[in-house]
Design a protein around this ligand. Structure first.
Ligand code: DQA
Length: 144
């Protein structure tokens, strides 16, 4: 639906809260979902929030977002490896905000390159779960 925002999460993000908390914090993916729900409601969006560890399943979730208002995508490590995800974003023609919890540019060099950024509307990183809230707010701003 055109007032629906899809927040899509890639590999290992199901382990948020226990996964390398010095990098990703102590909030769980359920906490991130609750934050996104609040932010979506604030802007009058319906929210679909999904996570998968599989690259192909993430492609399918992007396809399922066709016709929606927008996508907030944390593709995790696939950000740095996946031409398939890049092609899926380009194919669906849905505004996509790439988000990351950590500041990937302050980390290892292999995280500095994203296959997704050139086809994303914009990129937000380094603000922990707030990166997602900022992503939803950025989509809302596209309507203005
Ligand atoms: C991440 C950054 C990626 O480099 C990493 O592989 C992740 C999480 C982030 O949210 O900071 O899995 O996307």
């Amino acid at each position: 639906m055109s007032d629906t925002v899809h927040v899509l999460n890639g590999p290992n993000l199901n382990l948020l809260g226990t996964r390398e908390p010095h990098l990703y914090g102590s909030e769980t993916l359920a906490d991130v979902e609750a934050l996104c729900q609040r932010e979506a409601e604030r802007f009058g969006f319906a929210l679909i929030f999904r996570q998968t560890n599989s690259e192909g399943a993430l492609v399918d979730l992007i396809h399922a977002a066709r016709g929606s208002f927008g996508i907030v995508l944390n593709a995790g490590a696939y950000t740095h490896t996946s031409v398939a995800l890049r092609d899926a974003i380009a194919a669906v023609q849905v505004p996509t905000i790439e988000v990351h919890l950590s500041n990937v540019f302050a980390r290892e060099a292999f995280r500095h390159h994203s296959y997704l950024s050139p086809v994303a509307k914009g990129v937000i990183c380094g603000f922990g779960p707030q990166s997602y809230a900022l992503g939803i707010a950025a989509l809302a701003g596209l309507a203005a």
